[in-house]
Design a protein around this ligand. Structure first.
Ligand SMILES: [Mg+2]
Length: 380
């Protein structure tokens, strides 16, 4: 049976809430995030700010270089979560299979509840309208035969967008997209594809499965499927991650330690961004490393208190790598960073941004010292 999946995503959610509640911010470049003096990062940027190239998870200091007159607002995480719960209640009116991806984004499995794509389109418009009436915020909706296509569809028309991709339209819709828009295609994969002369999804589709697996290993087979819009993943209403992780497989094995530490920094940043999106904090930080011979190890540490700030995750990941991972001649083929032992971020007033603030450097130094001692005495 043909599936119909809807993806709904609020437009610049945190920033839009702030603009809604403070008319002086409307039409202005607004950043919700930490202060540059605290090495804060951007949690959300209004569309006006995005025009300057400001993106989520970018250090606020860099964002301010791009747009010096941007307004920086501290987030109100508890409040965003309340709105998020209201949004989910609205969505559950259409199906009991709602899978939240973050506070402002979810998949809805419409397959059993709507008759066909016309019916789904009606549901999508109605959901968008009810969201706007209830929250005075805009959202973007994508509808397609699976999760990947639905998400690409909603991304495609932001803000306030509405895109339906019927099964026979999938190839035409995906073809002109840049390969970087496919999920899982990061800058490394994109660069390598460019070297191969592949810029668009249509060009990726011209590459055979053996060509892609030769260039990318197992990941090449996934790329082959993604270029065709194939995605069998079910919508999972119980999605409540026990852990969040990001990993990257290198096109060629890497052994330069500084280079590997930079990769860990990037992965840590992505994980921190995922944590913020979930409104969670974590007590456990884990790294994963795969050697050239495919031996895979994980190393983790559990902290005294839950954290969500990128500096701490980076610091812990670096320490684990430096103290607990043996370097080998052949180098590494994969690195990963994950967090576990997740807590609801609501327990604190402003969980989005570290209270370390002024004493950030001191606290990091203390953490580094404590962990170094612990890791040194702890062989495992
Ligand atoms: Mg969003």
């Amino acid at each position: 049976m043909e599936r119909i999946v809807l993806h709904v995503d609020m437009d610049a959610f945190y920033a839009s809430v702030e603009q809604r509640d403070n008319p002086g911010l409307r039409g202005q470049p607004v950043i919700v995030g930490g202060q540059p003096s605290d090495r804060g990062v951007v949690a959300a940027a209004s569309y006006e700010a995005r025009q300057y190239g400001i993106r989520s998870a970018m250090p606020t200091a860099r964002a301010l270089k791009l747009c010096p007159h941007a307004q920086i607002i501290r987030g109100r995480m508890g409040y965003y979560r309340e709105i998020s719960h209201e949004l989910r209640d609205l969505m559950r009116a259409y199906t009991d299979r709602v899978e939240p991806l973050s506070l402002d984004e979810a998949y809805l499995e419409l397959t059993p509840t709507v008759a066909d794509y016309d019916d789904a389109e009606r549901v999508g418009h109605e959901l968008k309208r009810r969201i706007r009436e209830r929250t005075r915020l805009t959202s973007s909706v994508g509808i397609g035969p699976n999760k990947s296509v639905a998400k690409l569809a909603s991304d495609h028309a932001k803000p306030d967008g509405f895109v339906v991709v019927r099964p026979h339209e999938v190839d035409a819709f995906l073809g002109p997209l840049s390969v970087g828009e496919l999920s899982g295609v990061g800058s490394a994969t994109e660069a390598k594809l460019r070297e191969m002369g592949v810029f668009t999804v249509a060009e990726l589709r011209e590459r055979s499965l053996p060509q892609l697996t030769e260039a990318f290993g197992k990941w090449g087979a996934d790329l082959y499927q993604r270029a065709r819009g194939t995605d069998e993943r079910p919508v999972n209403p119980d999605h409540d991650p026990k852990q969040l992780s990001r990993e990257t497989t290198f096109a060629e094995d890497r052994r330069d330690v500084d280079d590997l530490l930079r990769v860990l920094d990037d992965l840590s940043q992505e994980v921190a961004e995922d944590l913020h999106a979930e409104g969670r904090r974590a007590r456990t930080v884990q790294i994963k490393a795969r050697y050239a011979d495919f031996t895979t190890i994980t190393r983790s540490v559990t902290l005294a208190e839950p954290i969500d700030d990128v500096d701490v995750i980076q610091e812990v990941a670096r320490l684990l790598f430096q103290t607990r991972v043996q370097q080998r001649e052949g180098g590494f083929r994969l690195l990963g960073v994950g967090v576990g032992n997740l807590r609801d971020g609501r327990s604190r007033q402003l969980p989005l941004f570290p209270e370390l603030q002024a004493s950030s450097a001191t606290r990091l130094a203390h953490l580094r010292e404590t962990l170094r001692r612990r890791l040194a005495s702890d062989q495992g």
